[in-house]
Design a protein around this ligand. Sequence first.
Ligand code: HPA
Ligand code: ZN
Length: 326
Amino acid sequence: MDLDAFTAALPKVELHLHLEGTLEPELKLDLARRNGVDIGQSTVEEVRATYRFDSLASFLAVYYPAMDVLVTRADFRDLAMAYFRKAAEQNVRHAEVFFDPQVHVARGVAFEDVVLGYHDAVEQARRELGLSAGLILCLVRDLPVESAEEVVEQMLGFGEQIVGIGLDSDERGHPPAKFAHLFARARAAGFKVTVHCDIDQEDTLEHLRQALEDIAVDRVDHGTNVVEDPRLLALLQERGTGLTCCPISNSFVTDDSKAPVIADLLRRGVKVTVNSDDPAYFGGYVTENLITLTRAADLGPDELIQLQRNAIDISWAPADVKEEFL
Ligand code: HPA
Ligand code: ZN
């Protein structure tokens, strides 16, 4: 079996995926029609023509307005189900997926329609696809902190549906410490904590320091800049804190997949994992991300297996799902 076929067949775990980043152009147009929302484009080609990104900010400028097409509980369910079907086709057995409720609530959508719509899909995926999934509420760091406080307050009533809390969006001027009180609150209520430290941003190392030292996150999303600071790297290794890396997304945000750094960290025993981030926008789901890394950094089958072992290890999956996967 060649390595691409091996990669495709490998049972996988996805830990860094934004559900709103799985909105493919076809579904975007269907939902726009269903809800009478004018998105400014009417064909798949026109939608794809707007996908020109060379930085985190230029990506986010396309990503957020598209969310206007998501209005009802059924819309959120349909979006997540479309992703879970795609994931199951790629042999993903467990997925922990982000969503950005502040953006939807700001448009007048009820918090519970977002959470329950996504949760409907989690249940359906378990029943119909044998796929296990967890929802991670992501705080949008460049929206007013009061709106983050509001969704955290609401999250506390949805401990059955939500497994953890994250932090995403534009890092400039929005360090993790700004949300430390909310992470503490969520953790005390039993939620796991992860924080995006996007690669090569303005204050990435200081953001990483705050995430690891001040907030003591359970894992870091992206975070490969840790190689630049031996003290932080040692802390990461000592605690076994995992990194959720996304090679194809890296290529869009910084023009570099960072494959050698990801492979180097893997070979040094850091719990790195490979994931898809926003696949509908960046054009690759988890298999394509693994193939990209494999080709660029010359990985072998044992290393591909190790990436999946790392992922199930640092996942927040229930014990029975973990045992069955290993
Ligand atoms: N980084 C920051 N915010 C995001 C991302 C990302 O990769 N994807 C969706 N929101
Ligand atoms: Zn992300």
